[in-house]
Design a protein around this ligand. Sequence first.
Ligand code: BYC
Length: 343
Amino acid sequence: MTSATSATSQVTSAEGARERAREDSEAAFSAAFEAAVAADERIEPRDWMPDAYRSSLVRQIAQHAHSEIIGMQPEANWITRAPSLRRKAILMAKVQDEAGHGLYLYGAAETLGTGRDELLDKLHSGRQKYSSIFNYPTLTWADVGAIGWLVDGAAITNQVPLCRCSYGPYARAMVRICKEESFHQRQGYELLLVLSRGTEAQHAMAQDAVDRWWWPSLMMFGPPDDESAHSAQSMAWKIKRHSNDELRQRFVDICVPQAEALGLTLPDPDLRWNEDRGHYDFGEIDWSEFRAVLKGNGPCNEQRITQRRRAHEEGAWVREAAAAYAAKHQHAPRSDRKEAVTS
Ligand code: BYC
């Protein structure tokens, strides 16, 4: 063997050894990840995780964050027309809470290495989704109640299990979000109760809102299980703990007695208790409507995204000012920073 061929074979074997070591450590990291998920431990930002786990989390968290901030629009529509100061204050606080939820969730996505600018850009260009429910209009004051009762109610049903999501930052964000959502749900229920027990016209307004929001609320849980692209893998990774259909059924079972207590009817002639299943049976969901809304053809898709883009553009100066302020104080000596805070 010449010295040149011997040097080449040494390099090749060194590369091979490095490749084997890489594969061995990848296999060890992967085994540690699987073991942590199996043991119900939390995966944290600095832990190794499969690329597909990371990207699936970013996909779901981004969609969730976008839903929170787009979800501010239909309700904010009623702030100026709330029927009393008390109702106005409650609604303003609720809409502000939704903005806060968006912040926690964009923060959780950042821990996975995906910045807020990138996610907002994908929302604005239609490359990422937000919940179908926010593409429906809020036509009357009772819609604020129906959103609180049904939309926040569906959100809680879906999100309480997410407090046990395998990814730590998402799970922890969900704990606080769920506490606030429960308050939102109760304010919606109370608002509808007052209307339902009010004048005939108020009762009719409450019933009309429930008629319009019921079916879209059931669609919030996503497509049926046999058409859900991500459920099986997300459940194996313990991102999701229950399937879309399981959560939808849980929601229907919760709502029926609540509707009775409200004195309102759910708009489904097929809704009845099934003794054998121990659940309420319910009618067929119009999945063609769901698909149309997801494609951008719901009643308010265009309006929502146009408004969101406008708000983003108009808020540019606030982001610039905040960034300049942060940069100034980051570089300031400690004594100056203290002075800035106390003065
Ligand atoms: N709308 O394989 P699947 C709130 C998409 S509440 C739009 O089952 P996955 C709020 C899905 O993203 C609402 N898109 O997906 C409440 C996927 O598309 P991509 C927000 C939907 O992820 C009150 C495709 O359909 N909550 O924020 O396993 C006031 C296939 O679906 C919808 C959350 O986001 C829908 N309804 O399950 C203010 C909770 N359903 O990504 C604000 C967290 C499905 O492949 N998210 N799609 O393009 C989740 O739990 C799950 O992502 C879902 C869907 C249950 C929604």
